[in-house]
Design a protein around this ligand. Structure first.
Ligand code: PBG
Length: 333
């Protein structure tokens, strides 16, 4: 007990007394510029197609994607991460549509770039799963395994067509060994030294990707456990991190975000490059579904989930709520 007061001597509650005080002493704040909007664009549709498991998210047409990019920019969002959904009949074993200069993702990159220029950071998913008829992130060997080195050649080509289309940042999400080094070389070879690489460094094999598979009309039947990480492992992420940095990653990412905040915190304290976290489709769907049932306060839950990701160490957060949340921050400070 202190000599100058009664018990308890310390009262942390004092700083929680009013909203203004709480706001003043807040250690973490979300800013629109922390947020990146992942967006899907589908080839050959006349109207946007709602994604059942992600209420409020759609597969965009080329036109509505442009509009979404403009809205994101107006709300102050930092960037947009583009995913292409090709027409079904264009899927093949090699994911050819992913390297076709007229493929949907490349076309969308050009569309968005011509719409918003450099005012929004334009990023692209660099992975084959949206384009392969077997749904894997790489090409397969004759006996059906994902062939690491043959896939790297495909990724090199993808990086080049995406860069040619005008992307600012490529986001390799396939978890092949050596992908960052190969992509850096491929970009430099065609004079695209300024295109950055956001490496999906710690990408776990997660059940929470479920809704995304609907979003991109995935053809996958098995799982990705031979290339994505085992949720049991933390140390392994630090090894992936060291390799990605050595190979030239400009920024690194942890994914999913919410169930992996320990990994995010560890990665964030270990690096001197910007760190992103991806609040993925399942994290989105869970909150939307619970809110729809009236079981949680939707806006409060979204804000809390995002704040937790930032507090754990993310500089940038990919979230399907990016535009909505940026607008809200803009109006409430
Ligand atoms: C692979 C990729 C996936 C996601 C982003 N990039 C799916 C996967 O690895 O199975 C998931 C994103 C989400 O769930 O929101 N191209």
């Amino acid at each position: 007990m202190t000599a100058y007061g009664s018990f308890p001597g310390a009262r942390p509650r004092r700083l929680r007394t009013t909203p203004a005080l709480r706001r003043m002493v807040a250690e973490t704040r979300l800013h629109p510029a922390d947020l990146i909007l992942p967006a899907f664009v589908r080839e050959g549709i006349g109207e946007p197609v709602p994604i059942g498991a992600m209420p409020g998210v759609v597969q965009h047409t080329r036109d509505t994607l442009r509009k979404a990019a403009v809205e994101a920019r107006e709300a102050g969002v930092a960037g947009i991460m583009l995913f292409g959904v090709p027409e079904d009949h264009k899927k093949d074993a090699l994911g050819t549509a992913g390297t076709d200069p007229e493929g949907i993702l490349q076309v969308a990159i050009r569309d968005v770039r011509s719409e918003v220029g450099d005012e929004l950071v334009i990023m692209s998913d660099l992975c084959l799963d949206e384009y392969t008829d077997h749904g894997h992130c790489g090409v397969l060997t004759e006996d059906g395994r994902v062939d690491n080195d043959a896939t790297l050649e495909r990724y090199a080509e993808m990086a080049q067509v995406q860069a040619d289309a005008g992307v600012h940042v490529v986001g390799p999400s396939g978890m092949m060994d050596g992908q960052i080094g190969v992509i850096r070389d491929a970009l430099d070879t065609i004079g695209k030294e300024d295109v950055s690489i956001l490496a999906y460094t710690a990408k776990y094999s997660s059940a929470f990707y479920g809704p995304f598979r609907e979003a991109v009309g995935s053809s996958l039947t098995g799982d990705r456990k031979t290339y994505q990480q085992d949720p049991a492992n933390l140390r392994e992420s630090l090894r992936e991190l060291a390799l990605d940095l050595e190979e030239g990653a400009d920024m690194v990412m942890v994914k999913p975000a919410g169930p992996y905040l320990d990994v995010l915190a560890k990665v964030a304290e270990s690096v001197d490059v910007p760190v992103a976290a991806y609040q993925i489709s399942g994290e989105y769907a869970m909150i939307e579904a619970a809110a729809e049932k009236g079981w949680i306060n939707r806006e409060a839950a979204i804000a809390e989930a995002l704040l937790g990701i930032k507090r754990a160490g993310a500089n940038m957060i990919l979230t399907y709520w990016a535009t909505e949340v940026a607008r809200r921050i803009g109006t409430t400070g």
